[in-house]
Design a protein around this ligand. Sequence first.
Ligand code: GLC
Length: 584
Amino acid sequence: MDALLDSPPWTSLFPVHPATTDARWWRTAVVYQVYPRSFADSDGDGVGDLPGITARLDHLAALGVDAVWLSPFYTSPQVDAGYDVADHRAVDPVFGTLADFDAMLARAHALGLRVIVDVVPNHTSDEHTWFRRALAAPAGSPERARYVFRDGRGPGGSEPPNNWRSIFGGPAWTRVAEPDGAPGQWYLHLFDARQPDLDWTNPEVRDEFEDVLRFWLDRGVDGFRVDVAHGLVKADGLPDWDGTTAMVEGGADGATGPMFDQEGVHEIYRSWRAVLDSYPGDRVLVAEAWLDSLSRTARYVRPGEMHQAFNFAYLTTPWDADRNRQVIVDSLAASDAVGAPTTWVLSNHDVVRHTSRLGLTDAGSLPKGIRALDEQPDAELGLRRARAATLQMLALPGVAYLYQGEELGLPEDTAMDDEARQDPAWFRSGGFEAGRDGCRVPLPWSAAEPSHGFSPTGRSWLPQPPSFARHALDVQRGVPGSTYELYRRALALRRHLQLASGSLDLVELPGVTTSEAVVLRNREVLVVTVHRGAPVSLPAGCDLLIASDEVVQDGAGSLVLVPGTTAWVLPPRAARVPHARTTG
Ligand code: GLC
């Protein structure tokens, strides 16, 4: 009877992506990024550490994620918050010891969580033994050949070897004093001057990093997030380039210069893949590559290369239904073409948190940090849209990346005192860029404790803004409607409904315009995100599974979604036909 009464609610349905029976963990996981400095501090020095992470892993298991990615915890002077590695095989004392790492890994595995660690192969710290030896050795020596040393141009070699700019601002070259004190060669650093770039044409560099991978694989890690994966190989001759080097908005013109995305990087990842494949278990490589097209990014995840690449195109898409729909379609097409899972990400330690980004008047701008004197985001609107964006993301087939604190709805700290800032981008840009400190503030675990439970002494390497008290985990846990409970329930449903291995169709609903809302179907679940315009009434008979904010019913019993809402609903019963299209 129902079947006769209920007809499919859509006016058209456009298939985008087939379901898959290949549900290996790295094709379907939700990966939670831990930023160790700011997750949990066990020893009271105000900087998070490995024992702090171990003690809080239960939180991640309870949240329902599958894996954890840890930003660097290796020995480092912390000039770039650990992305300046002085010893790739050792834990920095600020984070603990190798034994602490082993304990953390064992606890994670006992909880069923995989662990991905960062590997930073583009550059080292200037305190790395190799770089110290390079400085002490003469021009043309094998010690210098591990880095990109060149003679300068102009009279006496006083000009940099080319015109490249550092991504953090200023020139990408620094001149050294030779061992005899005379002004000497220049070395390349795409980032801070204390992060010299390695020369990946040197086989010694390649051997060293394969050995570093083995070191951590032997300890049992489940994979690596590869920092600046598109940067290792530079164009022959290091030609001048007039474009701007950029990270976040690489999509514009930043990622196409002679320092990025050169063909030679792929051979490196093919040999890394062979190293990983020689280990039991499914160990994975994840590319951090800020490229200007999804098809270029997909080249990093071709068969025999990496497993996943971050989908920064999704992260950088403005709050706009047409753009949002398009990037989803394009992302799936690009990764399906090479047989890789698509990833989805909205926040990380390098960008303004999506809770705040989406509350800006131009909710598509990608500011490099926000200062008190800049336009302040509308916190309520930003959080509302962020919850809607996340709920859409968690319904998409593939892998989702979460950044610590987003499950608490944490905003960016947009009013941090400039004196507190630590990001080298702030210093190297002469204060032109606020930098990334605003998204790196230590987490609030409990509202009433000192530093909101981050550290037993109440210390915190970046100050926590007053708003963090109301975002603390202990005031959200068990509270219906809280962002934490939204994430927890969405993750449970995603798993239960097998959305990560599901199919995707674009759907048009009667009366819903494509510029106002994105309507998708994954398996039998309709996923509706209303971006703007009038409230959207869903066809009668839809059953609500979860919504990012309150959804009301109109007089006719239809669910009504106001702008800034995502809902997962089951369509009327007759339309709940599981997909036949499946790839193996
Ligand atoms: C990556 C990291 C970023 C770091 C940079 C240099 O983009 O995510 O935090 O500053 O590499 O290592």
